[in-house]
Design a protein. Structure first.
Length: 471
């Protein structure tokens, strides 16, 4: 007897399967290479440079509406696959509505889903309600920084010397990623200059005057963030980790200066006094300098690992670039101003810090989703690191341990998490089963269990990925 008839495999099914396999492989490559030093990131930077965009400059374009513009490639791709490119959100609302009612999300919640190809809002539940975002506010911080400074901006740390070379000042430029290796190279360069001048003994000072206002975050001493200083090494960590909570120095600037003094002493340039805090003497000139990685790399690192120290540094760099004081208050005003230039919906928004540790931060789900969609627009290549830095569900960063149960969203959902006691948020992008790139944001407040709230948020993300709801 002949065997049972095999089901007919359509061209669409083959294309969809290929797309999913390709996306999974891409996610694996992202994890293997590291998101802030990947070929994808370099390609995006080259793409932007080829179009003459530098970020932060006014190219004379009219203000854009809060709804993002369509990504021109998506309709053509979907048309080639034989699928509609502009579905309605009616079916998506039917699926997400009950999930938004999950008690695990607490008494106050909101959500938005945007089709990035069309700019259409497919789903909205209290989309304009301003809520505490926790770490998802980093999306706003990073977009503002990239817009004001450009993705190639680097943060300098400088050594200045008096005319006779006998007074040195280590000047902080606001780089929290300054590490021991770069500090050692800075000492090598400094000593070469001093030897040429015949100097073997110095008085060392250190200058943190670039920043103003309180250094301590309003939450107080905390393993999640060091005092916000223009000068520090390794984010003020007192052990060898490079991300996550860790014991922090109470005086990161002083520690950096003392470490630098020790490196000078190792190179036979001594000092009879401990480093003194203060500005450089008059007529001092730079003799050595080191630079951070490009801002694009810092943004990706900050988003992948939810790095609070980098986030606060980017907020202050934004303030400096826009002529505002580099303080919590000045940085907040600078971030809001840059987002306004980008056409973001800012009703009720407040940026009390750059990291999201402050509960006084307020943004809407609509702002977060619109920002993510705007970051993918061809007109804004400078914002692309906001997308390339997002953790990948089940693979990397703060989503590495989530979506690990063969979820339809695994590898396809890229998202920024946010967690404070009683606050849980998730905002990102996902490719749904119809091939559309969707931007979403879900916010919950008053949650009783972080684990249960995260599971509820993950179910929402999975629903967006797997629904394909055009009816």
């Amino acid at each position: 007897m002949p065997g049972p008839a095999m089901p007919k495999v359509t061209t669409w099914q083959l294309a969809a399967a290929s797309a999913v396999i390709g996306l999974a492989l891409a996610a694996g490559l992202i994890v293997a290479s590291g998101p802030w030093d990947s070929g994808q990131r370099k390609a995006e930077r080259d793409w932007a440079a080829a179009r003459g965009r530098t970020g932060g400059a006014d190219h004379g374009h009219p203000a854009r509406p809060s709804a993002p513009a369509a990504a021109p490639s998506a309709p053509a791709v979907l048309a080639a696959l034989g699928r509609a490119a502009t579905p309605t959100g009616k079916g998506l609302g039917k699926v997400l509505g009950p999930l938004m009612d999950d008690p695990a999300l607490g008494p106050v919640r909101s959500g938005v889903v945007i089709d990035t190809a069309t700019g259409e809002r497919l789903f909205g539940s209290k989309p304009d309600r301003a809520m505490t975002p926790a770490s998802t506010v980093k999306l706003a911080t990073m977009a503002a920084g990239l817009s004001a400074l450009g993705p190639g901006h680097r943060i300098a740390t400088t050594v200045s010397a008096s005319p006779d070379g006998k007074r040195l000042t280590l000047e902080g430029g606001g780089d929290p990623t300054l590490d021991r290796d770069r500090l050692r190279a800075l000492a090598d360069e400094t000593v070469r200059v001093l030897r040429d001048r015949g100097v073997t003994s110095v008085r060392l000072g250190y200058d943190t005057s670039l920043y103003s206002g309180p250094a301590q975050h309003p939450i107080g001493p905390n393993d999640n963030i060091a005092p916000v200083s223009a000068l520090m090494t390794d984010e003020g960590r007192l052990e060898t980790s490079d991300h996550g909570p860790a014991p922090r120095s109470g005086d990161p600037a002083g520690d950096a200066a003392r470490a630098f003094a020790g490196l000078l002493a190792d190179r036979h340039v001594g000092s009879s006094r401990a480093p003194a805090h203060g500005e450089a003497p008059p007529h001092s000139e730079p003799v050595a300098r080191t630079y951070s990685a490009p801002l694009s790399d810092l943004v990706e690192r900050a988003l992948t690992n939810s790095d609070n120290d980098i986030a606060e540094a980017v907020a202050r760099q934004t303030a400096l670039a826009t002529g505002r004081p580099a303080s919590f208050e000045g940085a907040g005003r600078a971030v809001a101003a840059q987002l306004k230039k980008l056409g973001m919906p800012l009703d009720g928004a407040r940026f009390a810090d750059g990291s999201g540790l402050d509960r006084h931060d307020k943004v809407s789900a609509g702002l977060l989703a619109t920002l993510l969609s705007r970051s993918g627009e061809p007109a804004h290549p400078e914002l692309r690191p906001v997308l390339t830095g997002l953790p990948v569900a089940g693979f990397s960063g703060t989503l590495g341990a989530r979506y690990t149960d063969a979820s339809r969203a695994t590898g396809l959902l890229h998202g920024k998490t946010g967690t404070l006691t009683g606050v849980n948020t998730l905002a990102g992008t996902v490719v749904d089963d119809r091939g559309r790139l969707l931007a979403f944001a879900f916010m919950a407040s008053g949650t009783a269990s972080a684990a249960e709230a995260e599971s509820a948020l993950d179910r929402l993300g999975t629903a967006v990925a797997s629904c394909g709801c055009a009816q």
